[in-house]
Structure formats: C-alpha cells, structure tokens
Design a binder for this molecule. Structure first.
Ligand code: PLP
Length: 391
C-alpha cells in the first residue's frame, strides 16, 4: 500500500517514511490521511468482535492507516499502535507470558521496563532473570518454561550493543520468542525483523514521533503475533487515540531525514568529546573504540543520536549541564531538540546506589540526546560549557 516496488528496486527509507501506508487516493482525494474522531462504525454482517471498528479495539480507520505506516517502516507484516512505549512492552509480554512462565532479559534495559519486571512479574506468576551478554549464561538460566527473551538494540545510558545475532539464534533454537525494544536505533538505523527477531517494540514517543509532543508506542511483527498482541491490548485497554496517531504519522514522514541528521550530529559530537581532555570516556557505538563498534557497524545503517560521556566527577557534570545553552536539561530523547541529563539523578534515580555503581551509572555520567540543530553550534556550546565547568 502506498509504495510501488518496480522490479528488483525497493523503496528507500525516505520514500517509505513519506509514502508507506498512505492511501492513494485518500478519502475524498485527500493527500493527507484525515483524522477519524468517530469512536465507532457500522457493523457489517459476520464481523468478529475484535474487528468491530472501535478505537479501543485499535480498528478504526485512522488506526488502520497508522498501523500500515508503522509496518512499512520495518517491512513488518503487521503493526499495532499503543498508548505509550510502556504499553507496547507490557502488552507484548502479557500476550506471551502466562503464570508459571519464565523470561530472560538483557541486564540493563530501560528503567521502566526493569521496574515493570521487578515490581509486577511476581504478582503475575512470572519469573525472570536479567542476563549478561554471554550465551552460556542464557543456557544456564533457561528453564523448561522460558517463553521470552527481551532485549534492546542499544542499552541506556551506556549505549552497549548486545549480541543481537546470538540472541536470535539462541531463541530460535530453543523455541523462545525474541522481543526487542528498537527505540534507540529507530527503523532507519536497524530493522530487527530482518535479523530474525519475532517482535519489535518502540516507544514512538522518541524518534518515530520526533518532536517531544507525542506519547505513543508500537509493536511490529508477523500478522499472527501482532494479532495476539492486539487482542491482549483490546482487553487491557492501552490503545492509541486517533489525534495522537495523526501526530505520530505526521512525525514519521520526516523520520529518515531527521535520523540522518541525528546520526551525523552525534558522530561529530562523539569525535569532539573523545578528543577533549576534560572527558574521561565517550560511549557511542560509532566510535572505533566502542567495544561493540564492529557489531554495530555490521548490523546498523547508522549509529544513532544517543551518546553518553564521563567527566571527572558528579559536580563537574552538574556544572556542565547548567552551563550548556542549547540542550535542555531534561530526560527523554529522540526529539529534534537536544536534551542533556545526568542519568543517576533522573532516569536511574530510583535504582539502589550500589546497583548504579555496579552498572557504571554514576554521578559523573552525562547522557546526551543529540538533536538536529547545527553540529557546529552544538560543539561550540559543549566546548564553552566544558571550559566553564572545569575552570
Ligand atoms: N523504551 C525505551 C528504550 C525508552 O527509552 C522509553 C522511555 O524513555 C520507553 C521504552 C518507554 O516509553 P514511553 O515513555 O513512551 O512509555
């Protein structure tokens, strides 16, 4: 739908982002798919309950359009939009796990995902293990009831890249469903279904929406797997409203150009920081010094807009954040504007200090979501802020 493939030629990401899922012609000839605010639609004879056109059932015309657009981005058979990234992740797990089941999860997932597991899995009758990047560890911890392997494309805030090929291979050979949160990479930089992952989750709040004005999520995969997620979503109620869905589809149209700019800016800033005497360490998979650089270069089309770096101590890190003038001091990520934060004091503040220490999420660590401002301006700003913070 929307894009014509001619012969062997496949549309690129720019074309897919603009035209994927679009109706041509749209209703009444509209070039932009309209927002259908009506919550419910006349029922045709023989319609299944789950296919009644109703917003909470994620089946209204605006939602169907958005699902086609989301699916096109990663070459998925199907997609479903959710009310937030957390709704995407929790509903996916709820669709796959039953009481008594076990889950393997990469040890440094997004804090909200870790909190969901640590605070709710037990009540649901699930057990889980946070695992290292070592396949022997997965083998040791796998039980007869292990149903899901949950990972992320790049971890937050240290930008580690798990051994994604091994996770796919291990999951396939053991009959486990592999689920990946691809928020940090975005479909422009990585399309996990192509590598063999079963389901992909996104916080569409980040790069997909792209303007820090939308909270949404998405789940992508085969029609059967996404159908199960959608049925679960129908019961738990985390569907996406059509106006937010419209803003999301609008954001997606510029995804390719935005992510190209994020990638280019972050690469230049990583080089600048790596060469700066006040910076002790830079975590960016695009740097040849990154432990998983070769893996990232093989799997990804770009290294993303997220990076983190260490200064000498927490006070200097705080001073830098106060001294920058372009990035806003705020968590979240993936918008056109740069955002800077001290993860130990924001996204990971809820974690026990000893856990933070063990994971290297200490006060001197700064995370930067690099926006699409001019790289030269961002570098000049970081340069003056580093000088002020270390004076
Ligand atoms: N996954 C990742 C990697 C995130 O960074 C976030 C939010 O920061 C989420 C999921 C949750 O997304 P949302 O805030 O849209 O629920």
């Amino acid at each position: 739908m929307g894009i014509q493939h001619t012969g062997e030629h496949h549309a690129g990401m720019g074309t897919t982002a603009v035209h994927g899922g679009e109706r041509s012609p749209g209703p009444d000839g509209s070039v932009v798919f309209p927002v259908y605010y009506g919550t419910v639609y006349a029922v045709e004879d023989g319609t299944d309950y789950h296919d009644i056109k109703y917003h909470r059932l994620s089946s209204s015309p605006s939602q169907a359009y958005l699902h086609d657009k989301l699916a096109a981005l990663e070459g998925a058979e199907a997609a479903v939009a959710t009310a937030s990234g957390m709704a995407a992740i929790t509903t996916t797990l709820l669709s796959l796990m039953r009481a008594g089941d076990h889950l393997l999860a990469t040890g440094s997932l997004y804090g909200g995902t870790m909190d969901f597991l640590t605070q709710h899995a037990g009540d649901l009758g699930w057990s889980f293990d946070f695992v290292s990047d070592d396949r022997r560890d997965w083998e040791r911890r796998r039980t007869g009831n292990t149903k899901v392997f949950l990972t992320e494309t790049m971890t937050n805030p240290l930008l580690q890249v798990p051994d994604l090929e091994a996770i796919v291979d291990f999951s396939r050979s053991t009959g486990i469903t592999s689920v990946i949160d691809n928020t940090f990479a975005s479909p422009v930089n990585f399309r996990p279904l192509g590598l063999g992952f079963d389901l992909v989750c996104h916080s569409a709040t980040k790069y997909l929406g792209g303007h820090s004005d939308v909270v949404a999520g998405a789940v992508l995969g085969s029609a059967e797997r996404v159908g199960n997620v959608r049925h679960t979503l129908n019961h738990f109620g985390g569907s996406l409203d059509p106006h937010t869905g419209y803003l999301l589809a609008r954001g997606i149209k510029t995804l390719a150009v935005r992510v190209a700019a994020h990638n280019a800016n972050a690469g230049q800033i990583a080089d600048f920081l790596a060469a700066h005497t006040a910076v002790r360490e830079v975590n960016y998979p695009g740097l040849p010094t990154h432990p998983a650089h070769a893996r990232a270069a093989k799997l990804f089309d770009g290294f993303g807009g997220m990076l983190s770096f260490r200064l000498s101590d927490g006070e200097t890190a705080g001073a830098l954040i106060r001294a920058v003038t372009i990035p806003a001091a705020a968590p979240s990520l993936g918008g056109v504007e740069s955002l800077i934060t001290q993860p130990a004091k924001t996204s990971h503040a809820g974690m026990a200090p000893a856990d933070r220490e063990q994971r290297g999420i200490t006060d001197e660590l700064i995370r930067l979501s690099v926006g699409i401002e001019d790289a030269a301006d961002l570098i000049a700003d970081l340069g003056q802020a580093l000088a002020a913070a270390t004076a």
